[in-house]
Design a protein around this ligand. Structure first.
Ligand code: SF4
Ligand code: SF4
Ligand code: FES
Length: 899
């Protein structure tokens, strides 16, 4: 390791860094703006100036930009040098000439990198006395507020939006010495990662519009480590609450998962927690009447129903925690516990789990996916089903062209030079999908086909990689050429990655992706296989195990009591089957956070905590168990599902220890289901203390502590004690950095913005100190013996007068919970049926015409949308949207133009 001497102190540093990264890794305070750990260096802001000396005898030195200077052995730098200090202060002074100095009314205030850097440089006196430059701001849609006067022209936003995230509708517009960062005209920012601008922009140009509606100063938020519940990737998040309301969501760095960024579904979907449709009080229904009751009365009634019913079944949920599912299983017995997903979803997810276990391909973490140098996406529209994965894949597309930069001796952190050298070149990036995707701009080839044809292509690629893999008969010459070129690109890559998932609901597609991964492994490639699953805890629910939901829905002998955990069964199966179960059961108990069609049918409704009011564990698509912690103390009867169920278990089971805390449930689960035992290690248990102290959920700067409840009682109430977590609900506690899984917020003296994360990492952009949070529960070990020789599906054949209807997904709208957030709902489309233009012509229909489509025996009337990329003979319907019933897809349907 090279020795870097900073202000006469020698340090060992990593060789492939620039001096800014090295100094920040050493936790030295050096200001910066335009450099970003994920975006690299461009040397635009001149804020990171340091003095570089040739050797010990050099007393004069020269000013260099640390972010543009590669470290070398024996390099001598000074941060404290007077020239460097004055230079940095003068840069801030220049930037501040036009800055509005509106910190007291700025949403960024108190968490602003520009504030921190201004203080750090010591600039404190304004000499400029002339008018400031002012701009007109834009309406950028429901997520982001725009206040251009605060801009310091660091260019981070445009680099993130266009170069990192692939957006095209945002740019910098220049006139003489004026630079404007925005859209060509007002309008919703199109990129699904736009919300990251809130954290990427070092000042208050882009701020969270949803927070603005219920604004709270950042230091007044109660925060906790959490995990996103809006898709299967398990991005780490930090929710912030005040006065019993969830106020915002920001990224929580996890070096193995989401790194620095979230998708906008994850960032803005949080407002479902504040929804008017929340269930906040227990409810009993009897005949036509319903009654809000106390927690105790609801528990009495529910436990009476459980003990008096001759047959009881439980239906779990892939959107509920492991602990909640396990607790339900304990109440009803493992033999009566059902997986709360459709049988088709359960079969596909089970297949993906089996294939992950069988190996031999590595199942990469989300962050690892960025390092693969050739990608084949087999059938999955990741931008809409697992959005953050799409952002990672966008980075992997650059890996192969960047490899030749080694020969040119261009370090990869030299972002401008890298982009100049690489230009728009991409590595091998193949997409096979039923419809156009938002990654198509990267595609070496984008093949559109029905699911079976996608599977055939992937099987054919596998055969061309490894001749011992099953051959595919009857491919057209063009398709075989495509298979060969894809095979050649993947087989010659150092690290090919195969991505698939349950998005088009085809087992053949999933099997084909795995077969291709096996073929690449057989040829010695370090192949990765990554699957997107439907929901945040699909994997955890599967690992817990349970009977298929269909057995409950279709059983001849109906149970007397059905207990449904955080699940709207109408999203899992058709209304007829669901209603048959719910109406034939004598009683229904529902635990949920949101009113649903299922909760409306319950005799007993128990208000369940969302992720914000609960602690628990979720298992993401790679099998990583991650703990989330409660951030919000509800002022109602809401409590964690697992706690309701633990209380019901205690009331109805005569034997066994009572479960008083999350730890008890975790230990019981680990004992009953050994494969889940490592989940206990996902975070320290409740007894964990740091020098006898808890980890505070509130920053030391928290204000109003003694007065915020004075309208109720002038005596400050005793803070609630958390029996489930080693976190306190107050600002009292350790001032040391907690273990990574317990970090409620990133803060360090002088670092009040999200950039404080630098102070928590082992090195810049590397793992958090002590290792990133989460425990892998699945290891590819061939324990299942590997998949059977796959069956190649027959080629898709379009039918006359009928269409194969496939599911389409939407980042905003398809997810059940985030759709409850007003900002997300605003961007969700209305239900539609999609056809390509030629098929629409053949049907005599035009965009917007009303079409009758019959699925699962139910006819719906939907407007037509032209989707030019859909293959002939294939129609698409969006799944999960409000107003779209659960249907079994893919399925054939006649389409009739409604007149
Ligand atoms: S808008 Fe923010 S991120 Fe963009 S250039 Fe201005 S200060 Fe930098
Ligand atoms: S990618 Fe998925 S887990 Fe990550 S923030 Fe978005 S919705 Fe949440
Ligand atoms: S951070 Fe180094 S020049 Fe901007």
């Amino acid at each position: 390791m090279p020795t870097l001497v900073v202000d006469n102190h020698p340090f060992q540093v990593r060789a492939d860094q620039n001096a800014l990264e090295a100094c920040l890794s050493l936790k030295l305070d050096l200001p910066y703006f335009c450099w970003h750990p994920a975006l690299g260096s461009v040397g635009a802001c001149r804020q990171c100036a340091v003095k570089q000396f040739k050797d010990e005898k050099d007393t004069k030195g020269k000013l260099v930009m640390a972010c543009m200077t590669a470290v070398s052995d024996g390099m001598r730098l000074s941060i404290a040098d007077d020239d460097a200090r004055r230079f940095r202060a003068s840069v801030i002074e220049g930037l501040m000439e036009n800055h509005p100095h509106d910190c007291p009314v700025c949403d960024e205030g108190g968490e602003c990198h520009l504030q921190d850097m201004t203080v750090m440089t010591g600039h404190d006196y304004r000499r400029y006395r002339f008018p400031k430059r002012t701009f007109r701001n834009q309406d950028l849609g429901p997520f982001l507020n725009h206040e251009m006067n605060r801009c310091i022209q660091c260019y981070r936003c445009v680099r993130f939006y266009r170069e990192y995230a692939g957006g095209t509708d945002f740019n910098v517009f220049k006139l003489r010495d004026i630079a404007y960062f925005g859209r060509q005209q007002d309008g919703v920012l199109e990129n699904e990662f736009a919300g990251n601008l809130v954290e990427v922009c070092p000042t208050g140009v882009f701020t969270d519009k949803t927070l603005k509606r219920h604004y709270t100063r950042k230091w007044d938020l109660t925060m906790a480590p959490s995990v996103c519940v809006h898709c299967s990737l398990g991005c780490n998040t930090t929710p912030g609450a005040r006065y019993g309301k969830l106020r915002r969501m920001v990224n929580r760095y996890n070096g193995a998962v989401n790194g620095y960024f979230l998708c906008d579904r994850g960032r803005y979907g949080y407002e479902f927690v504040n929804s008017g449709r929340r269930i906040t009080r227990p409810l009993l229904r009897d005949g036509g009447s319903e009654r809000i009751v106390s927690r105790d009365e609801a528990l009495d009634r529910a436990s009476h129903l459980i003990t008096e019913s001759r047959s009881v079944i439980g239906i779990g949920s892939p959107r509920a925690s492991l602990e909640a599912n396990f607790a339900l299983r304990a109440v009803v017995g493992a033999e009566h516990f059902h997986l709360g997903m459709s049988d088709a979803d359960a079969a596909l997810a089970g297949l993906m789990l089996e294939l992950q276990r069988a190996g031999p391909a590595h199942v990469p973490s989300l962050r690892e996916t960025e390092q693969y140098d050739a990608v084949f996406i087999v059938g999955e529209d990741v931008s809409n089903t697992a959005p953050r994965l799409a952002l990672s894949l966008r980075q992997s597309a650059r890996q192969q062209p960047m490899q030749r930069l080694r020969a040119l001796k261009i370090p990869l952190w030299q972002d401008h030079a890298v982009r100049e050298a690489v230009q728009a070149e991409h590595g091998p990036f193949f997409i096979a999908s039923v419809n156009a995707t938002r990654l198509d701009d990267l595609a070496t080839s984008a093949y559109r086909a029905a699911p079976d044809d996608i599977a055939r292509l992937a099987f054919a690629v596998a055969h061309h990689v490894d001749a011992s893999a099953v051959a595919v008969d009857g491919l057209s010459g063009d398709l075989d050429d495509l298979a060969r070129s894809c095979a050649a690109a993947l087989a010659t890559a150092e690290r090919p990655l195969i991505v698939s998932g349950a998005g088009c609901r085809s087992a053949s597609v999933i099997r084909a992706a795995a077969a291709l991964a096996r073929a690449l492994h057989a040829k010695g490639r370090a192949v990765g296989l990554c699957f997107a699953l439907p929901e945040c805890n699909t994997m955890g629910t599967l690992l817990l195990g349970g009977k298929p939901l269909g057995e409950a829905l279709d059983a001849a002998a109906r149970p007397e009591l059905v207990i449904v955990l955080e699940n709207d069964l109408h999203r899992r199966a058709g209304a007829v089957r669901v209603e048959a179960l719910l109406s034939s059961a004598a009683h229904v108990i529902v635990l949920d956070s949101i009113e649903t069609a299922t909760s409306a049918r319950a005799d007993v409704v128990l208000p369940a905590g969302t992720f914000a009011e609960s602690d628990g564990t979720l298992v993401n698509n790679e099998g990583r168990a991650q703990r989330f912690f409660q951030v919000l103390l509800p002022d109602s009867e809401i409590q964690e599902s697992w706690r309701w169920l633990a209380q019901l278990r205690a009331a109805t089971h005569r034997s066994g220890d009572a479960w008083e805390s999350l730890d008890d449930v975790l230990h019981a689960m680990g004992g009953a289901v050994p494969s889940l035992a490592p989940a206990i290690e996902a975070a320290p248990l409740s007894h964990y203390r740091m020098a006898g102290a808890r980890v505070p959920r509130e920053p030391q700067r928290y204000s109003g502590r003694t007065s915020m409840l004075a309208n109720i009682d002038v005596s400050e109430p005793k803070p609630p004690e958390d029996v489930d977590a080693p976190l306190s609900f107050t600002m009292e506690g350790t001032t040391r950095q907690p273990p990574s899984a317990l970090i409620p917020f990133f803060w360090s003296p002088g670092w009040n913005s999200i950039q404080a994360v630098n102070q928590y990492q082992t090195e810049i952009a590397a793992a958090l100190e002590g290792g990133d949070p989460g425990v892998r529960l699945i290891h590819a070990d061939g324990s299942t013996g590997g998949p059977a020789r796959p069956e190649i599906p027959a080629a898709f054949a379009a039918r006359k007068g009928e269409w194969l209807v496939v599911p389409l997904h939407h980042v905003f709208g398809s997810d059940e919970l985030s759709h409850e957030a007003p900002a997300v709902a605003q961007l969700a489309p209305a239900p539609y049926v999609a056809l390509n233009a030629a098929d629409a012509n053949a049907l005599g229909a035009h965009e917007g015409d009303v079409i009758d489509i019959t699925l699962d025996g139910v006819t719906q009337r939907l407007p037509l949308k032209i989707a030019p990329a859909l293959p002939a003979g294939v129609a698409g319907v969006p799944v999960g949207l409000e107003g779209m019933p659960a249907v079994t897809l893919p399925a054939w349907s006649r389409l009739v133009t409604h007149t």
